[in-house]
Design a protein around this ligand. Structure first.
Ligand code: TRP
Length: 359
């Protein structure tokens, strides 16, 4: 199309659910990356409260959990003036686009989602429709802003693939209308150059701390639902708790290797080295350059000191910010209003593409 745009605006979107306490895995795997991306992208960071209903329908503290995540974003250094921070339910266009995507996505696609299978467990008949539909809402979160990049943990990779599948099917099913309205953007899909309304969003995954594991079992992800509090470092832990959990972290009897390959088959060692690398913002190999050949009796105190140094100020700032309801609520309101402007512009065009009658 002669009147199609040449490229999508580079935009980052990501979200965190307001459920349970944030831990080191959320911080290193997600929020720290969000902070770094602010330098090179326009970013939208969301507290996905609609998604949180898929885990627990009736919360007695949803508002406070929402403020907690917001406080974590702000305490970690996200700038809500340059970028956008808001809670999902303030922008009803997310839910509106989800409905359209529900009619684009196929049952078979959602049936393959491993997160649904894990969360629903054996009793699928009793899982909520919302839990099944979770990835469609996630695709709408991203595409209602036509975001091009999404920093996420590697457990969300499959949902990002689904997001691209939905975008591609929408672009394809409505290609004539997109062309007729002149609202397409040229993009490469495989070897082909196509004209679509939604971008093929790329995940931003990886780094030395992409996957932080339990401190008690290096084969399990660090999780808020692990019954043992010793398995995780919460962002709200004080210095003593952080130091104690690292001291008690499971290890093996060998000294640290000098090369990264030597971490193979040593999940606990790999995890602690990854945590150090993530906190210090260096590679695992750089950590091993310093600590290779040393015992955990040397490495653990160094790791504890680093963790306290990096996390204690964030915890203190989180406590201060989350207590200031007026400030946090004002940030979310302002962010919601700015998000709404972008989301409504997308939806106006989507309604035209689909053919709804509107003003
Ligand atoms: N599913 C994500 C998680 O559990 C949270 C999320 C919801 C999200 N919507 C999103 C992440 C959009 C990135 C983009 O981590």
């Amino acid at each position: 199309m002669s009147n199609s745009k040449a490229a999508f605006r580079q935009l980052v979107f990501s979200g965190v659910q307001p459920t349970g306490n944030l831990h080191l895995g959320n911080y290193l795997g997600a929020i720290r990356k969000f902070v770094a991306l602010q330098e090179s992208f326009d970013c939208i960071y969301c507290v996905v409260d609609l998604h949180s209903l898929t885990a627990t329908l009736v919360h007695d503290d949803l508002a406070d959990q929402t403020r907690q995540i917001t406080a974590a974003y702000l305490a970690s250094g996200i700038d809500p003036k340059k970028h956008i921070v808001f809670n999902q339910s303030r922008v009803p266009q997310h839910a509106e686009l989800t409905w359209i995507f529900n009619c684009v996505a196929r049952m078979g696609w959602l049936n393959r989602m491993t997160q649904f299978k894990e969360k629903a467990g054996k009793d699928r008949e009793n899982a909520s429709v919302g839990l099944f539909d979770y990835p469609s809402l996630m695709a709408a979160d991203i595409l209602v802003y036509r975001a091009t990049h999404v920093p996420v943990g590697d457990d969300q990779k499959q949902h990002l693939e689904l997001t691209r599948d939905i975008a591609q099917k929408f672009n394809n099913d409505f290609s004539d209308r997109i062309a007729a309205l002149g609202v397409g953007v040229e993009m490469k899909v495989g070897d082909e150059t196509v004209n679509g309304f939604f971008p093929m969003t790329e995940p931003i995954i990886g780094g030395p701390a992409a996957r932080i594991m339990s401190l008690r079992d290096g084969s399990k992800k660090m999780s808020k639902s692990d019954p043992s509090d010793l398995s995780r470092i919460n962002l709200t832990d004080d210095a003593d708790a952080i130091a104690k959990k690292i001291r008690k972290a499971k290890t093996d009897p060998e000294p640290l290797p000098s090369e990264e390959a030597g971490l193979e088959g040593r999940p606990e060692a790999r995890n602690l080295v990854g945590i150090y690398a993530g906190l210090a913002d260096i590679s695992k190999q750089e950590v091993l350059n310093e600590f290779g050949g040393r015992q955990f009796s040397v490495f653990k105190p160094a790791l504890a000191e680093l963790a306290v140094e990096k996390l204690a100020p964030i915890a203190a700032e989180m406590r201060r910010i989350s207590a200031d309801h007026a400030y946090v609520d004002a940030v979310l309101k302002d962010g919601g209003e700015r998000a709404c402007v972008i989301a409504e512009a997308t939806m106006k065009t989507v309604r035209d593409i689909v053919g709804f009658l509107q003003d």
